[in-house]
Design a protein around this ligand. Structure first.
Ligand code: UDP
Length: 382
């Protein structure tokens, strides 16, 4: 069969590759001038530092299949993400761990004492946290919430943390030991030559045709047997029910000599600091040597019509709208919606790849058994 895939990020590339491996043909179009979507990396011209053009991406997964998949397409070097946060002129370690707690409260607790301390200050009236704030108050109490989560989250999401789902905070662990690994996954690493080369390798197949700087037009539907759409779900329907909310990011780029902040990611918990974090990209490749450095102040704001969508907001109104679009999507016969934008979810790269593999399996199964295409399926993630 002949497939059109819209979007050359991880989702489009993985699905495209799976389909051609099973004898089909795919054309992948992308409106941008490059592949790899928001995972796109390139070497900065002045410094030669590998730049994560759309913000830092660190690969982490516990899924063997996904880990083997990406390692087939390039070399990964072990990399542990150790994030710091600045609050009121002090630097603390994230995710909240025993060091953070001891430093914050000027104590020398052991794990048991720290646990007792946190449970004595945590809000015991909250059984099932219904939103981000309740989740934080239940697990770390008011002080730590206000220092590390409240201001940052307001800046990041542009709304009161009470309006956000608890699931966003569930991304971050609280640890009563000195483990400051931001992630808890078994496999963690950085692609030695950046993400673009990984996706290039996935796309390298005689039966995959990639067309960049190419916008999708509805007329294209008739030229293919089936379309896989990884763009925004509401865009497919010309936003007829309204626009799903996204946050976009602005990066203020700086160049300097030496080491600017001594680490890859420094968050800023204070609400009065206008950016959420500063990332200094040469620290993502500690095996490389660079005299110069580049760093990026990251500002989050509401995503306008011409901006690049990063984070789906999923406030109550968005959820109502999403249900309407899902109902519309389910009626479609010639298109499958996939990926972060296509299904309007907050997805890490490993989840994206896992799901692209399962979408491909479904498509291949439909073809093999001559079933009808299902347009909208995804695993439950946060
Ligand atoms: N968060 C926070 N303070 C921090 C880091 C994260 O309040 O210093 C909150 C914030 O709401 C963020 C969420 O936790 O959106 C998830 O953080 P993560 O680092 O996973 O976000 P990402 O890297 O995807 O932007």
């Amino acid at each position: 069969m002949n497939f059109l895939i819209v979007g050359a990020g991880f989702t489009g590339a993985v699905i495209g590759r799976e389909l051609v491996e099973h004898g089909h043909h795919t054309t992948i179009i992308d409106q941008r001038s490059h592949i790899a979507g928001n995972c796109y990396t390139e070497r900065d011209k002045n410094t030669n530092v590998m730049q994560h053009v759309y913000g830092p991406h660190i690969f982490h997964t516990s899924d063997e299949e996904v880990w083997n998949y990406v390692n087939k397409h390039g070399e990964f070097i072990p990399y542990i993400n150790r994030v710091k946060t600045t609050y009121q002129e002090q630097v603390y370690s994230l995710p909240i761990n025993l060091h953070t707690i001891n430093q914050f409260y000027k104590k020398a607790f052991n794990p048991v004492q720290a646990k007792e301390w946190i449970s004595s200050i945590a809000d015991k009236n909250i059984d099932e946290p219904e939103n981000f704030e309740e989740q934080a108050l239940k697990f770390v109490g008011k002080d730590l919430y206000e220092a590390f989560f409240k201001g940052y989250t307001k800046k990041q999401w542009g709304c009161d943390p009470k309006a956000l789902p608890a699931s966003i905070l569930k991304r971050l662990p609280v640890r009563f030991n000195y483990d400051d690994n931001y992630f808890s996954h078994k496999y963690q690493g950085m692609p030695k030559d950046g993400y673009t080369t990984i996706i290039e390798s996935i796309l390298k197949h005689d039966n995959i045709k990639v067309l960049l700087n190419t916008k999708f037009e509805k007329g294209l539907i008739n030229e293919f047997d089936h379309v896989i759409w990884t763009g925004q779900l509401d865009q497919w329907f010309d936003y007829r029910e309204g626009r799903l909310g996204y946050r976009t990011l602005d990066f203020e780029k700086h160049e300097a000599v030496g080491d600017y902040q001594g680490t890859a990611v420094m968050n800023y918990g204070d609400e009065r600091v206008p950016y959420t974090r500063i990332s200094e990209h040469k620290h993502f490749t500690p095996w490389e040597n660079h005299e110069k450095t580049i760093y990026f102040k990251e500002f989050s704001r509401s995503c306008g019509e011409e901006d690049i969508p990063y984070y789906p907001i999923r406030l109550v109104d968005d959820k109502v709208l999403l249900e309407k679009y899902i109902a519309l999507a389910k009626k479609e016969k010639k298109v499958t919606f996939a990926g972060r934008l296509g299904t309007y979810r907050y997805m890490d790269m490993d989840v994206t790849i896992k799901e692209a593999l399962s979408v491909s399996d479904n498509l291949l199964n439909v073809i093999k058994n001559k079933l009808n295409f299902q347009s909208f399926y995804h695993q439950e993630t946060i």
